[in-house]
Design a protein around this ligand. Structure first.
Ligand code: SAH
Length: 341
């Protein structure tokens, strides 16, 4: 059976044409699902019973289950169960500019970044587009609020699940659906170069963030396995091309790991690497986890690194520390849960 939340508007229109019905039915179904938020076809009362029965036979309206929920001051962290029993995480962050949801794109992850908890569980499978959409619907319903921003920074590598992620973006961006503005959606990748090229030519106006974490290939290869496949020598020119083609600013994420990548030499090298690019650096205080050796840089070192980039005229911000008290680093909630069992 097909998942109704995984249907882009165009797919649904096509479906109605194929069954010999009118394509405007797609708008009605989207309206029920995303504006009125019904959870059964029977509630779609402006669609005649016969067609509702047919929809019910061909589509499932799936939902996720909340296993645990940890509430912090400005962060709410969910452990969710999929229909097949797999577990994923989603984190809601309450900013002054809106409510941002960090969405997972895979069960586990194969990228193997040495500092990341998510990758301790190898990829079990990709999430479907519907399972990504469901994360938004479920949490909005649970909290009775509207999510205004989506970041694909939960468990998984979005560009290792390219098609489902692109459909997901289309579904939530569609004006007849959840209607999240494309500029409020951010895809974060560890740097899968061919997919960045595909994305660049796709013409989607969503934001791109690159998990950089090191200013040179030697260091980056030590902490991120992906750099052995796609080094900075390939990655940086593609990002430059992306910026030229799309005229959009790129975010570089840079986790500060104590005595690994947080020296002032690293900061200067980073400034040199990024000089002249329409970008900004988001410095991320490392969220320590009990399974991984890395330590978080001191506040003082973080400030020094920040000041150095500023002096070098690189746009830079420091990420607010959401949820370190509630284990909000990707993958922590799932692995704590598994161990507690
Ligand atoms: N695979 C994608 C998206 C998921 S990770 C990517 O690599 O971008 C989202 C961000 O969180 C990445 O920048 C990742 O490097 C970072 N991250 C992972 N573990 C972290 C931790 N323990 N503390 C802080 N940030 C972490």
């Amino acid at each position: 059976m097909k998942e109704i939340y995984g249907q882009t508007f165009e797919m649904l229109e096509q479906y109605f044409i194929e069954i010999g019905d009118k394509k405007f039915k797609a708008k009605q179904v989207y309206d029920w699902l995303y504006k009125k938020r019904v959870t059964s076809f029977d509630e779609m009362t402006n669609i005649k019973k016969e067609l509702r029965d047919q929809l019910q036979k061909e589509f499932v309206i799936n939902s996720l289950k909340i296993l645990t929920k940890q509430v912090g001051e400005d962060v709410i962290k969910y452990l969710l169960e999929l229909n097949d029993g797999n577990k994923i995480e989603a984190v809601l962050m309450l900013h002054d500019y809106g409510n941002s949801l960090c969405v997972s794109s895979q069960v586990g992850c194969n990228m193997g970044c040495s500092f990341c908890e998510s990758g301790r569980l190898k990829k079990v499978r990709n999430l479907t587009s519907a399972e990504m959409v469901s994360q938004i619907l479920l949490i909005e319903q649970d909290l009775g609020l509207r999510i205004t921003h989506i970041v694909l920074m939960g468990i998984g590598e979005p560009f290792d699940n390219y098609e489902n992620v692109m459909n997901f973006v289309d579904i939530i961006n569609h004006p007849n659906g959840i209607a999240l503005g494309s500029r409020h959606i951010t895809i974060s990748t560890c740097g899968i170069v061919p997919k960045i090229k595909g994305f660049m030519n796709h013409g989607k106006q969503v934001n791109l963030a690159i998990s950089l974490h090191a200013p040179n290939d030697t260091l980056r290869s030590q902490i991120m396995k992906i750099n052995k496949a796609y080094s900075l020598k390939e990655l940086i020119p593609v990002i430059k091309e992306y910026i030229r083609k799309t005229n959009r600013r790129v975010t570089f994420e840079y986790i500060l790991l104590k005595n690994v990548n947080d020296s002032l030499e690293c900061a200067k090298e980073l400034a040199m690497l990024l000089r002249g690019m329409n970008c900004y650096v988001n410095l991320i205080p490392y969220n320590e986890t009990s399974h991984i050796e890395y330590k978080k840089s001191s506040q003082e070192q973080i400030m020094k690194f920040y000041d150095c980039l500023k002096k070098e005229k690189i746009a830079v911000t420091i990420r607010r520390e959401f949820g370190s008290k509630v284990s909000a680093a990707c993958g922590q909630l799932r692995s704590n849960y598994e161990e507690g069992k």
